[in-house]
Design a protein around this ligand. Sequence first.
Ligand code: ATP
Length: 380
Amino acid sequence: MTAFIHRRRLFEELSMKEWDIPYDELKLFEVIGTGRFGTVYRGSWHGAVAVKLLHVHSLTDHCLQLDTFKHEVRAFAFTRQAAARALAHRPLPAARQPTSTSWIPPTARYVPSPSLVKLLHVNSLTDHCLQLDTFKHEVATFRKTRHENLVLFMGACMKPPRLAIVTSLCKGMTLHTHIHLRKDKFTANKSVLVAQQISQGMGYLHARGIIHKDLKTKNIFLENGKVVITDFGLFSVTKLCFGTNARGDSLGIPPGWLCYLAPELVRALRPHASLHLPFSKDTDVYAFGTVWYELLCGEYPFKGQPPEAIIWQVGKGAKQSLSNMQASRDIKDILMLCWSYRANERPDFPHLLSTLEKLPRKRLARSPSHPVHLSRSADS
Ligand code: ATP
């Protein structure tokens, strides 16, 4: 038995070596963009690549500074007493709870705030957030993938402090850029084609036992009509950074992230739970529902609402109202199924794919809810 384990470990180490790219072999050109915990460069390694260099400059810096945190909480949109209680993590007496939707649930141990979002740009990761073993484990997941709707993983630099992920370079723009920045309109037919490809890529990941954990329009590229999904399976090391302030009990919430989180994830949000959130295939399907909504409506669900209001509503099972959405019943049904409160009532991706394939195209094309004349097309 011991010999078997030893051989297996040796095999794993050897096969990891295949994917280990010496940092010196990479050429880095301009920065494409900077996310919360990594900077992506256009690079070259036997051809054009994208290199995501993870920020690991100072493992001792705190992700969340207590002073800034207190300042931000003070500026928060509810009473001083409520803020003080939130800081002390004590529930508000029922009588004192603000009546508006923007309040912190009394049992909350986290302090969600739109402003905490900014704090996540602190250029550091704590040991808590980044562990080499987790990184290697997630890289091992990444290398098992090969699908036309998934970005091609080419290798990784695994020697600290240089931790990087090398993938094929995506051309085109992300769905997020199309929808939220350029305000491109997607016709219903086009949305269906995009959704089908996302379902194909996601179905493949799930069939291989890989959960994306961060499916969102920022991580979906459109290259000449072809969908390419990025950033799968790397959530644990790159996405969340929990406060290490004096109390050690604050949670930073990345911008635009909440509306992709299924109720069971929202309910599990609390400090120190970063690596233990109950992600599952079903939580990926919930996130897909949000992408589907963005494609159809051109905006995020719960638009303009503060994080704490979203947390409260989603956590107790409320959904974005579809009453103003002019779309066919079939289209809304997909949305409602993906956003089911109970995880086991959400469809899987093969089921979603076949539902999307059966949507009547002609009827969709003629639907009055979907623009015929587009000022700008998303058919890049
Ligand atoms: P977040 O930190 O919330 O995930 P993000 O997705 O913008 O935000 P990154 O994943 O670090 O952060 O990406 C930074 C930038 O690099 C983004 O503009 C993204 O579109 C771009 N990018 C990421 N991967 C690739 C790729 N393979 N090819 C081309 N551009 C990429």
